[in-house]
Each structure stands twice: as structure tokens, then as C-alpha cells.
Design a protein around this ligand. Structure first.
Ligand code: 13P
Length: 335
């Protein structure tokens, strides 16, 4: 078993998942504007430190994805953030892409940038304590999209990124996200997600990435948010499992879903249903941003000094998702 495989398994062991707290300063500013809290470095740190010091961290959160600003910050008690996370038995990770930009040749689509100088940046993040990384490729779904160009170029970038990350001794999270925006059906999402994931693995293999030392972070198979005839959650779980079974090589140790705009409960319920029927060897867990933080952020914004109250809400969501990652969640536990 390689070291990277051991690490990937550790991050997702016993129903643990990943807290995606790697919103860029722009995105975090949007989130804070939404709850009327000024987006200052101090406030961004205070909210994140509140989550990172919550009691559920040790039991439920195997890894935290940080943004460049946060990995360099110190807590109010003068602890470095990566050290704080490690001291709780969780692993610090870092988003290393520099964002999705307009794709030349197909201007309605995006290509994720950040490969230039990546090897040097990775070495620096490793020194700061990062053990794993994230890179997100983003794809929209419509009749003509994602185009072959977007599928090919994002897969290539994800593979080059992954190879560099493993060379530096860290586990790459490979995140191809097909957005939920649009009028497409779940069946369209299934077909396009399969195509994207298969191309990603073709490139990962070409770039000699050790598939036992990555974590895949895909979307679930959902209807577009403007599609009328919604499929049931049971159907979402079946389609998602089937799609991944047919497109992900069996060596991959773990799959940690993004929430992608699902409500907190929907993201938990769907993960639970997937685990109830999971007949693969893949660990199926979560790497949620909004679906772990939304209620906590809303509560916190009313009194940003109420650390305990905010942590209580976050602990509940973390616990619910850890149960879902083991297929042990039920609606009654939400009350
Ligand atoms: P969401 O769970 O809010 O989709 O965020 C996960 C993530 O890290 C997106 O890159």
C-alpha cells in the first residue's frame, strides 16, 4: 500500500468527510455579503476558526480544504491554522488552482488555470503543512456542452495537476464538477458526467498518476435546477452509483461528493441513500462547502461572538453527514 493510498484512506475513514472551506476571497465575500457581515481578513478567519475548533472535527472531519489566505493565518491563540487542524487528528489541504477562466475557442465555457509555477507553489504549501490539495474543473450542461474541447482541456489540466501534487508527496483531490444550473434531465447529467469522468481517468493514466493515491470529488447525478419533472432521491442515488461504477477505475480508494447547490438536508439524504446501496469498494463520503456551512454561517452572522452556538449547528451537520457516509442517517435524527 503506498503512502498516498494510506493517507487518502485515513482522510475518509470511519464515515469522516472533508470540510471544503476553501472559498476564494471573492466567493467568501459574496457569502458574507449575503449575511451582512463585512468581509475582512479577521472576520473570514473568525468564522473559519469557529468551525475548525468545533468538537465534531476530530470525529467527523478527516480533512479541511483551505484557501491560500487561511493556510497562512494564525488563530486567536497564535496557533498556525494547519497545526490546529492536525492537532485535532484531521488533515489540512489546500486549493491550488487559480480559478476558472473563459476557455479560448469556446467562450461560453471555462478552463481552470494555475499550472504555471505550480511545482514551486506546491513545495511551499507542503512546507506550510498541507497534506492534500484540490483542483476544480467546471463544466456546464446543455445540448452542446460540455464541448469536446472543454472535456479534453480540463481533463488534461486535472491530470498535470495531479501528477505534480503526487510528485510533491500530497494526495490530489480531482474535482470535475458538472453544474446543476440548467434545464437538463438527470439522464443528461448521467451521460455527460460519465463522459467527463472517463476522459479525466484517461488523462490521469497517461500522466502516470497513482490512482490509489487520489480522491475523486464528483457531482451527484441530479436534474438541472430548471428541469420540471424531478427524479426521486432514490433515483439520484441509483444513477450516481451506477455512473461512478461504470466510469471510475476500481483502484480509486475514495469518492467525496461536492454539494453543488443542494440544500443541506438533500445533500445528506442523497449521500445516505448512495451508501445504503453502495456495492462497490469505493468509500463514498462528502467534501461539502455550502451543505456543511450554510446554517452555521447564518446563525453566526447574527452574533459573530457566539462561538458555542455556531459550533453546535456545525457539529450537528458534520455528525449527520458522517452518519450518511455510513448509510446510518435518518430524517428523525435531524430533530
Ligand atoms: P459545495 O459543496 O458548496 O458545492 O462546495 C464544494 C467545493 O469545494 C466546490 O469546489
Amino acid at each position: 500500500m503506498s503512502e498516498l493510498n494510506t493517507l487518502a484512506l485515513k482522510i475518509l475513514e470511519n464515515g469522516k468527510g472533508i470540510l471544503a472551506a476553501d472559498e476564494s476571497t471573492n466567493t467568501m465575500t459574496k457569502r458574507l455579503d449575503g449575511v451582512n457581515v463585512p468581509s475582512t481578513p479577521e472576520n473570514r478567519l473568525l468564522f473559519r476558526e469557529t468551525l475548525f475548533t468545533a468538537s465534531s472535527m476530530a470525529e467527523c472531519i478527516g480533512g479541511v480544504i483551505l484557501y491560500d489566505e487561511t493556510i497562512r493565518q494564525e488563530t486567536s491563540k497564535k496557533n498556525k491554522i494547519p497545526e490546529l487542524i492536525s492537532s485535532l487528528g484531521s488533515y489540512p489541504g489546500i486549493k491550488v488552482d487559480t480559478g476558472a477562466k473563459v476557455l479560448a475557442g469556446s467562450p461560453d465555457e471555462k478552463i481552470t488555470e494555475g499550472l504555471d509555477g505550480l511545482r514551486e507553489r506546491l513545495k511551499n504549501y507542503y512546507k506550510l503543512g498541507a497534506k492534500f490539495t484540490k483542483w476544480r474543473g467546471v463544466y456546464s450542461i446543455s445540448q452542446n456542452y460540455p464541448s469536446k474541447l472543454s472535456i479534453q482541456s480540463n481533463a488534461h489540466a486535472l491530470a498535470r495537476y495531479s501528477a505534480l501534487v503526487q510528485e510533491c508527496g500530497m494526495v490530489p483531490i480531482v474535482e470535475p464538477e458538472l453544474l446543476m444550473d440548467g434545464e437538463h434531465s438527470a439522464n443528461d447529467c448521467y451521460k455527460k458526467t460519465s463522459e467527463v469522468i472517463k476522459k479525466c481517468f484517461e488523462e490521469l493514466i497517461l500522466h502516470k498518476v497513482d490512482l490509489t493515491g487520489i480522491i475523486l470529488k464528483p457531482n451527484m447525478i441530479l436534474d438541472g435546477n430548471k428541469f420540471k419533472d424531478k427524479v426521486s432521491n432514490n433515483e439520484v442515488a441509483k444513477l450516481t452509483l451506477d455512473c461512478l461504477k461504470n466510469s471510475v477505475p476500481s483502484e480509486v480508494p475514495g469518492i467525496a461528493f461536492l454539494s453543488g447547490g443542494q440544500s443541506e438536508i438533500q445533500a445528506t439524504e442523497n449521500l445516505n441513500l448512495i451508501n445504503k446501496i453502495n456495492n462497490t469498494n469505493f468509500i463514498m463520503s462528502f467534501s461539502y462547502g455550502r451543505a456543511l456551512q450554510q446554517s452555521a454561517l447564518k446563525f453566526w452572522s447574527k452574533n459573530i461572538q457566539d462561538i458555542e452556538g455556531t459550533q453546535k449547528i456545525f457539529n450537528h451537520r458534520a455528525k449527520m453527514n458522517t452518519l450518511a457516509a455510513q448509510g446510518k442517517w435518518s430524517k428523525e435524527l435531524e430533530n
